[in-house]
Design a protein around this ligand. Structure first.
Ligand SMILES: Nc1ncnc2c1ncn2[C@@H]1O[C@H](COP(=O)(O)OP(=O)(O)OP(=O)(O)O)[C@@H](O)[C@H]1O
Ligand SMILES: [Mg+2]
Length: 317
């Protein structure tokens, strides 16, 4: 069995918000453990503010965790300085949501895609670098004459292809994708997903794929982790999770997807007015239609059931 290309264990991150007159601490990531295997996609889903992007930034070590451990392959990177991380960064790359914002408008496409090579393979000649960039652009379906053009000359879908080329030129083992297609229209989205799946198959890259779109999850991922209030509340193989969610929050999330369950919408499982999370006990209890007294007293531990796990005192059947 091969080892994970990315692993998080008990990772936590809090932010301070507000000015001195009204300081509060937000526990953006309360306790997250996950792993991504080579060539595998783990989808990370959950409502807005549940901490998905913070997990992405921790996984990429753009943020330092307050607690917990992070590995890139065999290498633990939780406590490394920016300087120590620099030579390792090529193994873990990122594709952003917004292809417009992620490319420098004043940088030619060739420079943008080849930038990583300048840093990580400084010995390459100019001609060699240009050849590598051209090959990479071809791989993502961008014409070779793009090299000396600027981002504004390309469509959103093409720019996302360029963003993917930029991430992949260093041949990373892991790609963190934070809503990579949500800024694109549906037909372009399908092309980009097909491209990502092909590149994954050909290069065996592990994907941590963050999305709101559960239909997309079924298409791209083998496993899915559901986040609520900074924690993973359920993790399971995709088919098992869609067939029978065990955590009430997962169930609510599936019911809220109109396309997935058109007729199930009648049952409103999550009250519209957002209840504050409990101080102790299950954080979902204030919103959970199945919560009982014990749910509010103590945090549920993970229950493992074969390939799935969930944190709930009274799981769904
Ligand atoms: N740099 C920061 N400073 C202060 N608070 C932050 C910071 N980054 C995130 N947060 C807070 O942490 C929580 C989780 O945010 P995060 O962006 O990780 O959520 P998300 O699941 O990615 O949401 P979305 O689906 O809207 O992208 C939110 O309450 C957010 O306000
Ligand atoms: Mg986000």
């Amino acid at each position: 069995m091969s080892a994970p290309v990315l692993r998080l264990e008990g990772v936590r991150k809090a932010f301070r918000q507000g000015g001195w007159w009204q300081r509060r601490t937000v526990q953006a990531v309360a306790d997250v453990s996950l792993s991504v295997m080579p060539g595998e996609t783990l989808a990370l889903v959950g409502e807005s503010g549940s901490g998905k992007s913070t997990v992405a930034r921790l996984a990429l070590r753009l943020l330092a965790p307050d607690a917990g451990r992070i590995w890139w392959g065999e290498r633990e990177v939780s406590g490394l300085s920016a300087r120590a991380l620099r030579p390792l960064r090529r193994h873990v790359q990122m594709v952003f949501q917004d292809p417009y914002a992620s490319l420098n408008p004043r940088m030619r496409i060739g420079e943008a895609v080849g930038e990583g090579l300048l840093i990580h393979e400084p010995g390459l000649s100019r001609a060699e670098r240009r050849r590598r960039v051209a090959a990479m652009l071809e791989e993502v379906g961008i014409p070779a004459d793009a090299h000396d053009r600027y981002p504004h000359e390309f469509s959103g879908g093409q720019r996302q292809r360029i963003g993917i080329a930029r991430a992949l030129i260093l041949r990373p083992r892991v790609l963190v994708l934070d809503e990579p297609t949500s800024a694109l229209d549906v037909s372009v989205q399908a092309q980009i997903i097909a491209l990502l799946l092909r590149l994954q198959r050909e290069h065996g890259i592990g994907y941590l794929f963050i999305t709101h779109d559960l239909a997309l999850v079924r298409w791209v991922a083998a496993r899915v982790a559901v986040m609520f209030a900074g924690r993973i509340v359920e993790e399971a193989p995709v088919e098992a999770l869609f067939a029978a969610p065990r955590h009430p929050y997962t169930e609510a999330l599936l019911l809220a997807q109109p396309a997935a369950h058109p007729r199930a919408r009648r049952e409103e499982t999550v009250p519209a007015a957002e209840a504050p999370p409990a101080d102790q006990g299950c954080p979902f209890a204030p919103r959970c239609p199945h919560a009982r007294e014990d749910c509010r007293r103590q945090m549920p531990p993970f229950i493992e059931e074969g390939a799935r796990r969930f944190a709930c005192w009274h799981p769904r059947p």
